[in-house]
Write a protein that binds this ligand. Structure first.
Ligand SMILES: *Cc1c(COP(=O)(O)O)cnc(C)c1O
Length: 389
Protein backbone atom coordinates (compact mmCIF):
# COMPACT_ATOMS: atom_id res chain seq x y z
CA UNK A 1 0.00 0.00 0.00
CA UNK A 2 1.33 3.44 -0.95
CA UNK A 3 1.23 5.97 1.92
CA UNK A 4 -1.04 8.89 1.10
CA UNK A 5 -1.42 11.38 3.95
CA UNK A 6 1.37 13.88 4.71
CA UNK A 7 1.89 12.65 8.27
CA UNK A 8 2.28 9.07 7.08
CA UNK A 9 4.84 10.27 4.48
CA UNK A 10 6.75 12.29 7.09
CA UNK A 11 6.87 9.38 9.49
CA UNK A 12 7.80 6.56 7.10
CA UNK A 13 9.49 8.11 4.05
CA UNK A 14 13.10 7.00 3.75
CA UNK A 15 13.22 5.23 7.11
CA UNK A 16 12.68 1.63 6.05
CA UNK A 17 15.20 1.52 3.19
CA UNK A 18 18.50 2.58 4.77
CA UNK A 19 21.14 3.67 2.27
CA UNK A 20 24.54 2.06 2.57
CA UNK A 21 26.48 5.27 2.90
CA UNK A 22 29.96 3.84 3.61
CA UNK A 23 30.55 6.54 6.22
CA UNK A 24 33.94 6.43 7.95
CA UNK A 25 32.31 6.59 11.37
CA UNK A 26 29.44 4.55 12.71
CA UNK A 27 26.19 6.53 12.49
CA UNK A 28 24.28 7.60 15.55
CA UNK A 29 21.42 5.12 15.67
CA UNK A 30 19.20 7.45 17.65
CA UNK A 31 16.32 5.03 17.73
CA UNK A 32 14.61 3.34 20.62
CA UNK A 33 13.39 0.34 18.64
CA UNK A 34 14.10 -1.79 15.52
CA UNK A 35 11.96 -3.12 12.67
CA UNK A 36 11.07 -6.77 12.06
CA UNK A 37 9.97 -8.33 8.75
CA UNK A 38 7.47 -10.75 10.23
CA UNK A 39 6.51 -12.90 13.23
CA UNK A 40 9.05 -15.54 12.29
CA UNK A 41 11.90 -13.04 12.54
CA UNK A 42 10.70 -11.96 16.02
CA UNK A 43 10.59 -15.62 17.08
CA UNK A 44 14.11 -16.23 15.72
CA UNK A 45 15.35 -13.13 17.59
CA UNK A 46 13.96 -14.52 20.85
CA UNK A 47 15.56 -17.91 20.17
CA UNK A 48 18.88 -16.21 19.45
CA UNK A 49 19.15 -17.64 15.93
CA UNK A 50 19.17 -14.27 14.15
CA UNK A 51 21.59 -11.41 14.78
CA UNK A 52 19.31 -8.41 15.21
CA UNK A 53 18.48 -5.55 17.53
CA UNK A 54 15.15 -5.31 19.34
CA UNK A 55 15.16 -2.35 21.71
CA UNK A 56 17.85 0.21 22.56
CA UNK A 57 17.74 -0.35 26.31
CA UNK A 58 18.97 -3.88 25.49
CA UNK A 59 21.43 -3.10 22.71
CA UNK A 60 22.02 -0.53 19.97
CA UNK A 61 24.55 -0.56 17.08
CA UNK A 62 26.22 2.75 18.02
CA UNK A 63 26.59 1.66 21.63
CA UNK A 64 27.95 -1.75 20.60
CA UNK A 65 30.70 -0.11 18.50
CA UNK A 66 31.73 2.00 21.49
CA UNK A 67 31.71 -1.06 23.74
CA UNK A 68 34.00 -2.89 21.29
CA UNK A 69 36.53 -0.07 21.56
CA UNK A 70 36.36 -0.07 25.37
CA UNK A 71 36.87 -3.85 25.41
CA UNK A 72 39.96 -3.40 23.20
CA UNK A 73 41.39 -0.87 25.67
CA UNK A 74 41.18 -3.30 28.58
CA UNK A 75 42.08 -6.37 26.44
CA UNK A 76 38.75 -7.71 27.72
CA UNK A 77 36.35 -10.25 26.26
CA UNK A 78 33.69 -7.57 26.35
CA UNK A 79 32.50 -4.21 27.66
CA UNK A 80 29.23 -2.61 28.67
CA UNK A 81 28.51 1.12 28.43
CA UNK A 82 26.38 2.94 30.98
CA UNK A 83 24.64 6.29 31.33
CA UNK A 84 27.13 7.32 34.03
CA UNK A 85 29.91 5.92 36.15
CA UNK A 86 27.45 5.57 39.02
CA UNK A 87 25.04 3.59 36.81
CA UNK A 88 27.93 1.16 36.22
CA UNK A 89 28.71 1.00 39.96
CA UNK A 90 25.12 0.39 41.02
CA UNK A 91 24.47 -2.18 38.30
CA UNK A 92 27.53 -4.21 39.32
CA UNK A 93 26.56 -4.12 43.01
CA UNK A 94 22.96 -5.13 42.29
CA UNK A 95 24.11 -7.94 39.99
CA UNK A 96 26.40 -9.71 42.42
CA UNK A 97 25.11 -8.95 45.94
CA UNK A 98 22.15 -10.47 47.79
CA UNK A 99 20.78 -9.95 51.30
CA UNK A 100 23.08 -11.59 53.84
CA UNK A 101 26.20 -11.15 51.69
CA UNK A 102 29.11 -9.09 52.83
CA UNK A 103 30.73 -6.44 50.66
CA UNK A 104 34.38 -5.81 51.47
CA UNK A 105 34.94 -2.22 50.37
CA UNK A 106 38.02 -0.04 50.40
CA UNK A 107 37.31 3.00 52.57
CA UNK A 108 39.38 5.01 50.08
CA UNK A 109 36.80 5.21 47.31
CA UNK A 110 34.86 7.73 45.24
CA UNK A 111 32.29 9.63 47.34
CA UNK A 112 29.33 8.56 45.19
CA UNK A 113 30.27 4.90 45.59
CA UNK A 114 30.76 5.39 49.32
CA UNK A 115 27.29 6.90 49.79
CA UNK A 116 25.60 4.29 47.59
CA UNK A 117 27.23 1.50 49.60
CA UNK A 118 26.90 3.07 53.02
CA UNK A 119 23.49 4.79 52.81
CA UNK A 120 21.59 2.61 50.32
CA UNK A 121 23.05 -0.88 49.95
CA UNK A 122 22.89 -1.46 53.72
CA UNK A 123 19.12 -0.96 53.58
CA UNK A 124 19.00 -4.13 51.46
CA UNK A 125 20.59 -6.21 54.26
CA UNK A 126 24.00 -6.30 52.65
CA UNK A 127 26.68 -6.11 55.31
CA UNK A 128 29.44 -3.66 54.42
CA UNK A 129 32.95 -3.96 55.83
CA UNK A 130 35.11 -0.92 55.03
CA UNK A 131 38.86 -1.55 54.99
CA UNK A 132 41.73 0.92 54.89
CA UNK A 133 44.52 0.73 52.34
CA UNK A 134 46.76 -0.61 55.12
CA UNK A 135 44.26 -3.34 56.00
CA UNK A 136 43.91 -4.25 52.32
CA UNK A 137 47.64 -5.03 52.23
CA UNK A 138 46.63 -8.27 54.02
CA UNK A 139 43.31 -9.03 52.34
CA UNK A 140 43.05 -12.66 53.55
CA UNK A 141 42.45 -11.54 57.13
CA UNK A 142 39.40 -9.51 56.03
CA UNK A 143 37.33 -12.22 54.36
CA UNK A 144 34.45 -13.95 56.13
CA UNK A 145 32.22 -16.82 55.02
CA UNK A 146 29.80 -14.24 53.68
CA UNK A 147 32.20 -12.03 51.73
CA UNK A 148 30.91 -12.05 48.15
CA UNK A 149 32.49 -9.02 46.55
CA UNK A 150 35.54 -6.82 47.09
CA UNK A 151 35.45 -3.26 45.73
CA UNK A 152 38.70 -1.35 45.37
CA UNK A 153 39.99 1.78 43.66
CA UNK A 154 43.54 2.83 42.74
CA UNK A 155 44.77 5.55 42.57
CA UNK A 156 42.25 7.31 44.80
CA UNK A 157 41.11 10.88 45.14
CA UNK A 158 42.68 13.25 46.20
CA UNK A 159 45.82 11.76 47.80
CA UNK A 160 46.44 9.42 44.82
CA UNK A 161 47.19 6.60 47.24
CA UNK A 162 47.52 3.25 45.44
CA UNK A 163 46.99 -0.27 46.67
CA UNK A 164 48.59 -3.47 45.44
CA UNK A 165 45.89 -4.51 42.97
CA UNK A 166 47.39 -7.90 42.02
CA UNK A 167 47.77 -8.78 45.71
CA UNK A 168 44.08 -8.07 46.46
CA UNK A 169 42.93 -9.78 43.25
CA UNK A 170 44.93 -12.94 44.02
CA UNK A 171 43.55 -13.19 47.54
CA UNK A 172 40.01 -12.66 46.25
CA UNK A 173 40.37 -15.37 43.63
CA UNK A 174 41.73 -17.84 46.18
CA UNK A 175 38.80 -17.11 48.50
CA UNK A 176 36.13 -17.19 45.76
CA UNK A 177 35.37 -13.49 46.21
CA UNK A 178 34.55 -11.41 43.13
CA UNK A 179 36.98 -8.47 42.77
CA UNK A 180 36.11 -5.15 41.11
CA UNK A 181 38.43 -2.21 40.54
CA UNK A 182 37.37 1.36 39.79
CA UNK A 183 40.08 2.33 37.28
CA UNK A 184 38.80 5.86 36.54
CA UNK A 185 41.85 7.80 37.76
CA UNK A 186 44.41 5.63 35.97
CA UNK A 187 42.57 4.92 32.69
CA UNK A 188 43.37 1.69 30.79
CA UNK A 189 46.40 3.35 29.22
CA UNK A 190 48.16 3.62 32.59
CA UNK A 191 46.78 0.56 34.34
CA UNK A 192 45.36 -2.76 33.13
CA UNK A 193 43.09 -4.09 35.89
CA UNK A 194 42.16 -7.38 34.20
CA UNK A 195 45.81 -8.21 33.52
CA UNK A 196 46.47 -7.51 37.23
CA UNK A 197 43.90 -10.20 37.99
CA UNK A 198 40.70 -8.42 38.99
CA UNK A 199 37.46 -9.95 37.74
CA UNK A 200 35.77 -6.75 36.56
CA UNK A 201 37.07 -3.27 35.77
CA UNK A 202 34.77 -0.28 36.10
CA UNK A 203 35.36 3.29 35.05
CA UNK A 204 33.57 6.59 34.76
CA UNK A 205 33.74 7.33 31.01
CA UNK A 206 32.94 10.93 31.96
CA UNK A 207 36.61 11.43 32.81
CA UNK A 208 39.62 10.27 30.76
CA UNK A 209 37.83 7.81 28.44
CA UNK A 210 35.83 10.55 26.77
CA UNK A 211 38.26 13.27 27.76
CA UNK A 212 36.45 16.41 26.66
CA UNK A 213 34.14 17.16 29.62
CA UNK A 214 31.09 16.76 27.39
CA UNK A 215 29.80 13.21 27.92
CA UNK A 216 28.52 11.53 31.09
CA UNK A 217 29.04 7.78 30.95
CA UNK A 218 30.36 4.64 32.55
CA UNK A 219 31.96 1.37 31.47
CA UNK A 220 32.47 -2.15 32.77
CA UNK A 221 34.89 -4.66 31.22
CA UNK A 222 35.59 -8.29 31.96
CA UNK A 223 34.95 -11.90 30.91
CA UNK A 224 31.85 -12.68 28.87
CA UNK A 225 30.24 -14.90 31.53
CA UNK A 226 30.24 -12.11 34.16
CA UNK A 227 29.23 -9.41 31.69
CA UNK A 228 26.21 -11.45 30.65
CA UNK A 229 24.85 -11.12 34.18
CA UNK A 230 25.68 -7.41 34.39
CA UNK A 231 24.01 -6.89 30.98
CA UNK A 232 20.78 -8.48 32.23
CA UNK A 233 20.78 -6.24 35.31
CA UNK A 234 21.49 -3.21 33.11
CA UNK A 235 18.27 -3.99 31.23
CA UNK A 236 16.33 -4.08 34.51
CA UNK A 237 17.90 -1.05 36.16
CA UNK A 238 17.92 0.80 32.85
CA UNK A 239 21.20 2.68 33.13
CA UNK A 240 22.33 2.10 29.56
CA UNK A 241 24.27 4.77 27.66
CA UNK A 242 22.43 6.86 25.08
CA UNK A 243 23.45 6.37 21.40
CA UNK A 244 24.38 10.06 21.03
CA UNK A 245 26.66 9.85 24.07
CA UNK A 246 28.09 6.57 22.74
CA UNK A 247 28.94 8.24 19.42
CA UNK A 248 30.73 11.11 21.16
CA UNK A 249 32.54 8.69 23.47
CA UNK A 250 33.71 6.59 20.50
CA UNK A 251 35.27 9.73 19.05
CA UNK A 252 36.97 10.54 22.36
CA UNK A 253 38.33 7.00 22.69
CA UNK A 254 40.25 7.28 19.43
CA UNK A 255 42.61 9.84 20.96
CA UNK A 256 42.88 8.31 24.45
CA UNK A 257 46.44 6.95 24.04
CA UNK A 258 47.85 10.27 22.79
CA UNK A 259 45.89 12.27 25.34
CA UNK A 260 47.08 10.10 28.22
CA UNK A 261 50.69 10.31 27.07
CA UNK A 262 50.48 14.11 27.22
CA UNK A 263 48.51 14.14 30.53
CA UNK A 264 51.24 11.93 32.04
CA UNK A 265 54.06 14.15 30.75
CA UNK A 266 52.53 17.48 31.77
CA UNK A 267 51.33 16.27 35.18
CA UNK A 268 54.77 14.93 36.01
CA UNK A 269 56.36 18.25 34.96
CA UNK A 270 53.87 20.23 37.08
CA UNK A 271 54.37 17.86 40.05
CA UNK A 272 58.16 18.30 39.83
CA UNK A 273 57.82 22.08 39.58
CA UNK A 274 55.54 22.23 42.63
CA UNK A 275 57.72 19.76 44.54
CA UNK A 276 60.79 22.01 44.35
CA UNK A 277 58.80 25.17 45.16
CA UNK A 278 59.12 26.36 48.77
CA UNK A 279 55.68 27.97 48.74
CA UNK A 280 54.21 24.47 48.48
CA UNK A 281 54.24 22.28 51.60
CA UNK A 282 53.50 18.93 49.98
CA UNK A 283 52.89 17.39 46.55
CA UNK A 284 50.95 14.16 46.02
CA UNK A 285 51.85 12.48 42.73
CA UNK A 286 52.48 8.72 42.41
CA UNK A 287 55.37 9.43 40.04
CA UNK A 288 57.34 11.23 42.77
CA UNK A 289 59.66 9.09 44.88
CA UNK A 290 58.26 10.92 47.96
CA UNK A 291 54.74 9.51 47.37
CA UNK A 292 53.97 6.76 49.94
CA UNK A 293 52.87 4.33 47.22
CA UNK A 294 55.46 5.20 44.57
CA UNK A 295 56.86 1.65 44.47
CA UNK A 296 53.41 0.04 44.17
CA UNK A 297 52.45 2.51 41.44
CA UNK A 298 55.69 1.86 39.57
CA UNK A 299 55.10 -1.86 39.66
CA UNK A 300 51.51 -1.84 38.43
CA UNK A 301 51.15 1.32 36.32
CA UNK A 302 52.73 2.24 32.99
CA UNK A 303 52.13 5.96 33.54
CA UNK A 304 51.37 7.96 36.68
CA UNK A 305 48.38 9.87 35.35
CA UNK A 306 47.25 13.45 34.97
CA UNK A 307 46.13 14.16 38.53
CA UNK A 308 48.27 16.23 40.89
CA UNK A 309 47.33 17.27 44.42
CA UNK A 310 49.33 19.80 46.43
CA UNK A 311 49.11 21.55 49.74
CA UNK A 312 49.87 25.16 50.62
CA UNK A 313 50.22 26.80 54.05
CA UNK A 314 47.31 28.68 55.63
CA UNK A 315 44.59 26.03 55.44
CA UNK A 316 41.49 26.70 53.36
CA UNK A 317 42.23 30.45 53.17
CA UNK A 318 45.71 29.78 51.77
CA UNK A 319 44.39 27.22 49.30
CA UNK A 320 41.51 29.52 48.29
CA UNK A 321 43.92 32.37 47.46
CA UNK A 322 45.86 30.13 45.04
CA UNK A 323 42.60 28.69 43.68
CA UNK A 324 41.15 32.16 42.99
CA UNK A 325 44.31 33.41 41.25
CA UNK A 326 44.71 30.59 38.72
CA UNK A 327 44.05 31.78 35.16
CA UNK A 328 44.91 28.95 32.75
CA UNK A 329 43.68 26.26 35.12
CA UNK A 330 39.91 26.57 35.45
CA UNK A 331 37.90 26.25 38.66
CA UNK A 332 35.59 23.24 38.28
CA UNK A 333 35.19 19.80 39.72
CA UNK A 334 35.67 16.57 37.72
CA UNK A 335 38.76 15.48 35.80
CA UNK A 336 40.23 13.85 32.76
CA UNK A 337 39.40 16.46 30.11
CA UNK A 338 41.43 18.65 27.77
CA UNK A 339 40.91 21.61 30.14
CA UNK A 340 43.01 21.73 33.28
CA UNK A 341 40.64 21.90 36.26
CA UNK A 342 41.27 22.70 39.91
CA UNK A 343 39.12 21.91 42.92
CA UNK A 344 39.38 22.25 46.70
CA UNK A 345 38.65 18.78 48.16
CA UNK A 346 37.19 20.12 51.44
CA UNK A 347 34.65 22.15 49.43
CA UNK A 348 33.79 19.44 46.89
CA UNK A 349 34.54 15.69 47.19
CA UNK A 350 35.04 15.89 50.96
CA UNK A 351 32.52 18.60 51.86
CA UNK A 352 30.81 18.10 55.23
CA UNK A 353 33.35 15.52 56.42
CA UNK A 354 34.20 15.69 60.13
CA UNK A 355 37.81 16.43 61.12
CA UNK A 356 38.23 12.78 62.00
CA UNK A 357 36.89 11.60 58.64
CA UNK A 358 39.15 14.07 56.84
CA UNK A 359 42.15 12.79 58.76
CA UNK A 360 41.25 9.21 57.89
CA UNK A 361 41.01 10.14 54.19
CA UNK A 362 44.30 12.03 54.45
CA UNK A 363 42.59 15.21 53.27
CA UNK A 364 43.62 18.64 54.56
CA UNK A 365 42.03 22.08 54.18
CA UNK A 366 45.10 23.43 52.38
CA UNK A 367 44.85 20.94 49.51
CA UNK A 368 44.25 21.78 45.85
CA UNK A 369 43.50 18.97 43.44
CA UNK A 370 44.38 19.54 39.81
CA UNK A 371 43.43 17.60 36.71
CA UNK A 372 46.18 18.50 34.25
CA UNK A 373 44.71 19.05 30.78
CA UNK A 374 46.31 19.42 27.38
CA UNK A 375 47.33 23.09 27.48
CA UNK A 376 51.03 23.87 26.90
CA UNK A 377 53.13 22.65 29.78
CA UNK A 378 55.00 25.97 30.08
CA UNK A 379 51.71 27.89 30.37
CA UNK A 380 50.53 25.56 33.14
CA UNK A 381 53.74 25.90 35.14
CA UNK A 382 53.73 29.69 34.69
CA UNK A 383 50.12 29.75 35.92
CA UNK A 384 50.96 27.86 39.13
CA UNK A 385 54.01 30.08 39.61
CA UNK A 386 51.95 33.30 39.43
CA UNK A 387 49.04 31.90 41.47
CA UNK A 388 51.34 30.91 44.33
CA UNK A 389 52.01 34.67 44.57
C1 LIG B 1 33.48 10.46 38.63
C2 LIG B 1 33.79 9.16 39.25
C3 LIG B 1 32.82 8.16 39.40
C4 LIG B 1 31.38 8.39 39.01
O1 LIG B 1 31.22 8.63 37.65
P1 LIG B 1 30.02 9.52 37.05
O2 LIG B 1 30.26 9.41 35.58
O3 LIG B 1 30.16 10.90 37.61
O4 LIG B 1 28.76 8.88 37.49
C5 LIG B 1 33.19 6.96 39.95
N1 LIG B 1 34.45 6.75 40.37
C6 LIG B 1 35.41 7.67 40.25
C7 LIG B 1 36.78 7.37 40.73
C8 LIG B 1 35.12 8.91 39.69
O5 LIG B 1 36.07 9.85 39.61
Amino acid sequence: MKPRGLSTELIHRGEDAPVRADSVNVPIYETTTFLFENADEVRRYQEGTVDKYLYSRYANPTIVVTEEKIAALDRAEGALAFASGMAAVSTILWTFLSPGDQLLCSSAIYGGTFHLVNDVLRRFQVDVRFATIEELAEPESLFTERTALCWIESPINPTLRCLDVARVARACRAAGVLSVLDNTFASPINQQPLALGVDLAMQSATKYLNGHSDVTGGAVTGPRALLKRVDLMRRYLGGVMDPLAAFALARGLKTLPVRMAQHNRSAEAVARFLDQDRRVTRVYYPGLASHPDHEVARAQMTGFGGMVTFEVPGGLDGASRVFDRLEVVRRATSLGGVDSLVSLPVLTSHYNYSDEELARAGVTAGMLRVSIGLEDEADLIADFDQALG
